[in-house]
Design a protein around this ligand. Structure first.
Ligand SMILES: [Zn+2]
Length: 211
């Protein structure tokens, strides 16, 4: 099976450009001082270490190649060619303008053409792109484009609904607002019936999970 070379933005940043852990911790100390607190007081003494550790988790996506996640596909599907939909996938991302959380959910569908992929892999692709500094529009497009390139299905649809902390806890201070973005490719873009079916399935009952 041939897998396209991932685009530059999908590849992890070069290790050489990375500062040391100590430098990263020092940068947190600087920000603590900028907030007008004292990084040497007891409560803050270990904070730089914890923040840097948290960053490893928040931005783990840079270490993951989303294309490699989808390497293993299955062709024994007994001709299954209907929509495969994964909905309400938790999204935890970080706004690239303010470095604060974007939290929401993604719904992903595709129309297989012979090839299917393990469903947990779809959720991992969401993580690989969301655990980075992002804007929701780009996140949505990256997920859809990756699935489209690797699976070469008859169509891909990705919808993300998310709240942006840079809008709720700063700036305009408007909590409870969700931003909805979508990217439709193939049949989801060209066939209104397919698109309608997808949109009604993501809004159907049992949202929030069955387990
Ligand atoms: Zn922002």
């Amino acid at each position: 099976m041939n897998i396209a070379t991932p685009p530059a933005q999908a590849r992890p940043a070069a290790k050489a450009e990375r500062p040391t852990r100590q430098q990263a911790e020092e940068a947190v100390r600087t920000l603590l001082r900028w907030a007008c607190d004292d990084p040497t007081r007891e409560g803050l003494r270990d904070t730089p270490k914890r923040v840097v550790k948290s960053y490893e988790e928040f931005f783990a996506g840079y270490q993951v190649d989303p294309f490699a996640l989808l390497e293993r596909t299955f062709e024994e599907t007994d001709g299954y060619d209907e929509m495969v939909l994964l909905r309400d996938i938790r999204v935890e991302s970080y706004c690239e303008h303010h470095m604060v959380p974007i939290v929401g959910r993604a719904h992903i569908a595709y129309l297989p053409d012979r090839r299917v992929v393990g469903i947990s892999k779809l959720a991992r692709v969401v993580d690989a792109y969301s655990k980075r500094l992002q804007i929701q529009e780009k996140l949505t497009a990256q997920i859809a484009n990756t699935l489209n390139e690797v699976l070469q299905p008859r169509g891909v649809a990705v919808v993300i609904e998310a709240g942006h902390q840079c809008m709720s806890t700063r700036g305009v201070h408007k909590p409870g607002v969700s931003m909805v973005t979508s990217r439709m490719l193939g049949a989801f873009r060209t066939d209104p019936t397919t698109r309608r079916e997808f949109l009604s399935m993501i809004r159907g009952p049992a949202a929030g999970g069955l387990d």
